[in-house]
Write a protein that binds this ligand. Structure first.
Ligand code: GLA
Length: 363
């Protein structure tokens, strides 16, 4: 299947792509106005777009082999069942809401970003879609605005109360650098990955079941904690002893966010001073996992086992769950060139414990 056969149209007028992301440090901090440190992964989502000639919108997902055909009227009314269609539809709607004219299009999408592992396949789809539309209709929007529109589409049309990390990473990061981002001001800089290290991402094989409800609940708890502490967001607290007065579980939730923000700042201070120690960076990742497991309670037994095996394997500097949690993938910083070797050793032990893992980045 390809664009031509699906839409019976010669060639797409534009093609755009965007990568998935993996977050190295700074988890569940973005919706608290905090700091994050993601990097792009090699897997990408590609969209091909052409103008539709029948006043209908046509989308086709190669991965799902799913086609959506929807007329202007129903489109305007927001009738969209297919999940991937809602992301594309959401992007078009958001652009229309700010006043751009987006006439009906044919959009073909294919992706190598794994779905449902916490590597932001949805952000990659949104960013690729908006990039393609920007090109086709010559829209004067920059890469930060692309991320902002993409996040809006996800919140309003896919109904996930996400922060802005994933979309900013997909729109602005590359695979050779970490993107340090202040999610309040959107101030950012790119920093090289710590020298001598590589990234290894392993899927736990456990789907992210509670991700939606658990995620929104954590978000609400953080807002409540900030309110009780009299600050706009938990980002405004850097002294962790201040959270001690909060009732449980707010105390532990806030403690995670405050310590996690401090860990990101510590990591980038090290990198900026050019004497980043891989051990130090790794320790911060390990501490992040412990905090996500014990204070934030977004880990699951499979992730804990996988992280534990990783942390004990020679050549691994640090490992943690990555993304929202509740299942999904782990990220580890490992000795450059050793990824494959380490992954094989780790997967053997993980399988022995009764699980089936899968290498997503680093093989
Ligand atoms: C998901 C959200 C992000 C972020 C992470 C947790 O990926 O989309 O905005 O909150 O979870 O760090």
């Amino acid at each position: 299947m390809n664009f031509q056969t699906i839409f019976n149209q010669k060639l797409p007028q534009v093609e755009a792509l965007a990568p998935g992301r993996v977050n190295l440090l700074g988890e569940h901090t973005d919706y608290n106005d905090g700091f994050v440190l993601p990097t792009a992964i090699p897997q990408q989502t590609v969209v091909q777009i052409g103008l539709s000639d029948d006043r209908m919108y046509h989308f086709y997902s190669e991965n799902l082999d799913e086609r959506v055909d929807i007329g202007e009227e129903s489109f305007r009314a927001g009738e969209m069942q297919e999940e991937y269609g809602r992301y594309i539809f959401g992007c078009i709607q958001v652009l229309k809401e700010v006043g751009y004219t987006i006439s009906p299009i044919n959009l073909y999408v294919k992706s190598s970003v794994p779905l449902g592992s916490g590597l932001s396949s949805s952000a990659a789809l949104e960013v690729a879609t908006i990039r393609g539309i920007r090109q086709l209709f010559n829209l004067p929007i920059n890469d930060v605005e692309i991320a902002q529109f993409a996040q809006k589409a996800e919140i309003q049309y896919a109904r996930v109360q996400c922060g802005i990390m994933d979309q900013m990473a997909s729109s602005l990061a590359d695979t050779k650098h970490m993107l340090f981002l202040d999610t309040r001001t959107l101030e950012r800089c790119v920093l090289p990955l710590p020298e001598g290290s590589s990234i290894l991402v392993i899927d736990s094989g456990v789907p992210r079941t509670l991700a939606g409800s658990g995620y929104n609940q954590r978000r609400a708890e953080c807002e409540q904690a900030a309110q009780l502490l009299g600050v706009k967001a938990l980002r405004d607290i850097s002294d962790v002893s201040l959270v001690e007065t909060l009732p449980e579980p707010l105390r532990r939730r806030a403690r995670h966010v405050v310590t996690e923000n401090n860990r990101v700042l510590k990591a980038i201070q090290n990198v900026e001073m050019q004497h980043v120690s891989l051990q130090k960076f790794g320790e911060l990742m390990n501490a992040s996992h412990a905090s996500l497991r014990d204070d934030y309670e977004v880990s699951v037994p499979a992730l804990d086992i996988l992280v534990d095996i990783l942390q004990k394997t020679p050549g691994v500097f640090g490992a943690r769950l990555t993304g929202a949690g509740f299942g999904g993938a782990t990220v580890a910083l490992v000795a450059a060139g050793e990824e494959k070797n380490i992954a094989e050793q780790v997967l053997k032990q993980y399988n022995h414990a009764g699980y089936t893992g899968n290498i997503l980045v680093g093989a």
